[in-house]
Design a protein. Structure first.
Length: 294
């Protein structure tokens, strides 16, 4: 089965069936755009969407992640340059990096080498790393990550608290953001322990000089709760699903700061949105759950 899927993936890559979609991230205090997260998608020639949970592990197991990963960096840089030429600055573009990629000799040095090109194209790069990808040898990551940080490449610890959390990582590595997993966000209104975990992550980040990014915000109630505890940045279908390059440009151009509808899609009548400047019009749903290259 995996062998067949590998062949299909190789063919899909060659035929250009792999796509990159982008989900915007917003500052929860001001409504300003922070950046976008690049998410890998696979749409076959027949129009069928293949779930990332199905094909991303195959990319890693077969080594295809190397070629696809390089293409992903190139594609997102080109898209960022395109948006800038169209008069739209999307801020930082976040790319998920897998354990396999980090273990490749010279990978972070390669990212450092291309970071100057990103700057020339008017783009800022952010790498999302899971705790588990850093734990095998965090000391080996310090020097190349510091070099990237000096080159304005920022790091986010993804799914913080979901794996083997090592607080020592926060003191060793130049991370800028802690990402709160969508599971905690989805449960925090009904589960006191999840709510306590979210509050603890926000407080820990604040006291260590980091910012927090909440994933999977789906409702106004979740948004208000995150605002009340001081979460810095958020993303999720409440704001916008992941969109392709042109759809994202259209979405951002359609946003009129300070001129949002009084009711966000999916919320009760008469409830005003607490954010100003975020476009809240209905958008097409993401074709499949988000992908991550880790």
């Amino acid at each position: 089965m995996q062998s067949m899927l590998k062949k299909q993936l190789q063919r899909a890559f060659q035929l250009g069936e792999l796509e990159v979609h982008y989900q915007p991230k917003f500052h929860l205090a001001t409504g300003g755009l922070h950046g976008v997260e690049a998410l890998l998608r696979w749409r076959t020639v027949s129009g069928q969407w293949i779930a990332p949970a199905t094909f991303v592990p195959v990319l890693e197991d077969t080594g295809l992640i190397d070629d696809v990963g390089i293409w992903l960096f190139q594609r997102t840089a080109a898209d960022a340059a395109y948006w800038r030429c169209q008069g739209c600055d999307v801020g930082r573009v976040a790319i998920n990096v897998s354990l396999l990629q980090l273990r490749r000799a010279g990978f972070l040095d390669w990212v450092l080498a291309i970071s100057s090109s990103w700057s020339e194209w008017g783009a800022s790069l952010e790498l999302e790393l899971t705790e588990s990808s850093l734990l095998p040898d965090p000391a080996a990551m310090v020097e190349p990550m510091n070099a990237l940080d000096a080159a304005d490449v920022r790091f986010a610890l993804d799914d913080f608290g979901m794996g083997y959390s090592s607080l020592e990582l926060l003191t060793q590595l130049p991370a800028s953001y802690l990402k709160i997993d969508r599971k905690f966000v989805g449960q925090m209104l009904d589960n006191g322990k999840s709510a306590a975990v979210v509050k603890a992550i926000v407080r820990l980040a604040r006291e260590t000089g980091l910012e927090t990014i909440a994933e999977g915000i789906e409702t106004l109630a979740q948004l208000k709760q995150l605002q009340s505890i001081g979460c810095d940045i958020g993303q999720g279908h409440y704001f916008c699903a992941a969109l392709d390059r042109d759809a994202l440009l259209e979405f951002l151009r359609a946003g009129n700061p300070g001129a949002m509808p009084s009711v966000a899609p999916g919320d009760e009548a008469g409830v005003s949105s607490p954010l100003q400047g975020i476009p809240m019009r209905p958008v097409p749903p993401a074709p499949q759950p988000r992908s991550r290259l880790n």
